[in-house]
Design a protein around this ligand. Structure first.
Ligand SMILES: Cc1ncc(COP(=O)(O)O)c(C=O)c1O
Length: 430
């Protein structure tokens, strides 16, 4: 269904959307072009993009490095089947090994597929090294994707009774509670799996101390530590991988999103001692195709350039500072996260309405919870673009603070924009 308060562009009728399966509530905006931090819709209206495909377009929209890699690889070789080596596949695996300290990679087409691979690898490892143990300890509110096993591993409350029966073998504990993790480990446990920052849950950071304790605990129990770096990896937090803040090294790491910079590419990366797939255990038609892995090489080469990650940390610090100022001005709550994966607690369930008003004003932001906004701009975002985002968000929050002053704040949040319009009409009366 269309959002009632946003009219569809003149050339797009509601019927035009009917051939798409509705899997989410989309606003009636059709994007046709992207450059850096900016998107353009079919009407020519520009939007400042602080979602970037959900932290995917790490170099922004259509960056030269990726466009050139796509063009030259497309003219050379797209796909020769995963049954054969190709040059970009070998090069990207070598780059990931060099930068992560882990040894071997299996390429996938999405994050969830890489998570499935990690679960399978852990179960196989449990069969070989731990008497058939298969259980994986994961975190409440964690998010690992939308395949059945990835959903079962996730700790998203809304999914608890969805698509039953779930895949068995996941035991959930609280993030940052090492005692609870220890209590959950049994002879049947094969691994602990978590995100360094729970992005979808609303940007909750696994503390460095927790990650270090987990590393020691998993070593002591002889089980694997699996880190889901799908959202935090590839420079998002100001280091190439999220775990580098804590100075730990996982046995298995899962990548996607930023690795392809906007094209579908994921990776299951493991220490050589954890690699135990036999021929036929793992595979897939498109895995490691030359086209996608050539783009992955271009992304990693950009991010590894001197000064790039320092620039991400600097931009992240600026964004956090400006969000904190905004929060003080409009009595919002804490600013959480790391690098360019940040959240602002709104202290009120107005997230979806703020997102809607921001869209009308040409800003894309996301509300992973009704009381929280999440910011995941391109890693190349400029200070000026951050300041512009803050200015637009400030205007939106101002509208909501006017609503609160007028007593609208006690109403259901979805009625606020409508009440604001009435308020403005009354104010404009002679
Ligand atoms: C931490 C994390 N894990 C897994 C996934 C699933 O990745 P994909 O959507 O590519 O399957 C996501 C996607 O948002 C994610 O943020």
């Amino acid at each position: 269904m269309l959002e009632p308060h946003i009219a569809p562009p003149a050339c797009v009728t509601e019927d035009a959307f009917a051939a798409l399966m509705e899997i989410t509530r989309r606003p009636p905006v059709v994007f046709v072009e992207g450059r850096g931090s900016w998107l353009t819709d079919q009407e020519g209206k520009k939007y400042l993009d602080f979602i970037q495909g959900w932290a995917v377009n790490c170099l922004g929209h259509c960056p030269t490095a990726i466009v050139s890699a796509i063009k030259s690889q497309a003219e050379q070789l797209l796909n020769c089947s995963p049954a054969y080596y190709n040059a970009p596949m070998i090069r990207l695996a070598e780059l990931i090994a060099r930068y992560s300290g882990l040894h071997r990679t299996f390429f996938t087409n999405s994050g969830a597929e890489a998570i499935e691979g990690a679960i399978k690898l852990a179960r196989k490892w449990g069969q070989i090294h731990r008497g058939g143990a298969y259980e994986i300890v994961t975190m409440h509110h964690g998010f690992h994707g939308r395949t059945l096993a990835a959903m079962s591993a996730s700790g998203k409350a809304q999914w608890e009774h969805l698509f039953e029966p779930k895949v068995r073998g996941f035991r959930k504990v609280r993030l940052n509670d090492i005692e609870q993790v220890e209590r959950a480990i049994t002879a049947n446990t094969v691994a602990v799996m978590l995100e360094p920052i729970q992005g979808e849950a609303g940007v909750f950071v696994a503390s460095d101390a927790f990650l270090r304790d987990l590393r020691a605990l998993t070593k002591r129990h002889g089980i694997l530590l699996i880190l889901d770096e799908i959202q935090t990896g590839i420079g998002r937090t100001g280091t190439l991988f999220g775990f580098q803040h804590a100075g730990v090294e996982p046995d298995v790491m899962v990548l996607a999103k930023g690795l392809g910079g906007g094209i579908p590419l994921g990776a299951l990366v493991a220490h050589k001692d954890a690699c135990c797939f036999a021929y036929g255990d793992q595979g897939g038609t498109f895995n490691g195709n030359a086209f996608a892995t050539a783009v992955g090489c271009a992304v990693l080469e950009e991010i590894a350039k001197p000064g790039f990650l320092a620039g991400v940390a600097e931009a992240g610090a600026h964004l956090a500072k400006r969000l904190t100022e905004l929060s003080q001005q409009y009595q919002c709550g804490e600013v959480r996260g790391r690098g360019l994966l940040l959240a602002l607690n709104l202290q009120s369930e107005i997230g979806p309405q703020v997102v809607g008003l921001a869209l009308q004003r040409g800003l894309l932001i996301n509300a992973p919870r009704t009381d929280t906004l999440r910011f995941m701009p391109a890693l190349t975002v400029t200070r000026q673009e951050i300041d512009r985002m803050i200015a637009i968000l400030g205007e939106v929050l101002k509208e909501f603070s006017i609503a609160t002053e007028c007593g609208f704040g006690r109403r259901p949040a979805e009625t606020i924009p409508q009440l604001l319009r009435i308020h403005a009409e009354i104010a404009a009366l002679p």
